[in-house]
Design a protein around this ligand. Sequence first.
Ligand code: UP5
Ligand code: MG
Length: 190
Amino acid sequence: AQSKNLKLVFVTGGPGSGKGTQCNKIVEHFGFEHLSAGELLRAEQNSDGEIGKMIKGLINEGKLVPSEMTVKLILNAMSKCSNNKILIDGFPRNDENREVWDRVAGLKPEFIIFITSSEEVMQNRLLSRNEGRDDDNLETIRKRFKLFNEQTLPVIKHYESIAAVQKINGMQSVEDVFAEIRPLFNPILQ
Ligand code: UP5
Ligand code: MG
């Protein structure tokens, strides 16, 4: 991606809030490239050696992978894609993620989509997802919720003071959630 005409949008929200699902809709309707930090890390955990093992261990514990590693994976994926419209799903997740992003990448999002939901709804979705994710068990889900509340919510709050954070009610059908997200893209895609 060329940084000159780059349209970067962050998509955030708790585990199971529907980030990936809504990113797929945005890709379909607006031709964005979807980069999920979690998916990039899950691909990396299958690589040989100690790094793969370390990432696997952290994800299974609902902990964050070191910021430098995640930022490197995102930037690497960005450099490989020719699309200048990019969604970054599930990043930054804490203040350190954000600091490293600002220092290493230095790219500001057009806006941030924050999909809200109750833990009860998110937990039910994750437990019935059946995609074989190692972190979709009750014990790890609880740890993921705790990390989101303690570390990710404060970063979202921080962004509210410097960028547009668009809060979307995630407790509706996939179509109804997208109906709220869709108009956000009109102003930046003129
Ligand atoms: N579903 C979705 N929307 C629905 C709706 N409106 N109505 C009914 N059902 C709906 O959706 C989850 C499930 O719900 C699906 O079955 C879907 O069909 C259904 P999905 O769109 O997958 O939700 P999403 O928010 O993407 O959930 P995900 O589990 O991916 O969120 P997490 O934030 O937990 O996972 P992520 O992959 O981002 O991160 C995983 C781990 O990677 C982290 O815990 C961490 O260990 C590590 N990580 C880092 O260390 N650093 C990072 O920067 C990023 C990740
Ligand atoms: Mg996801």
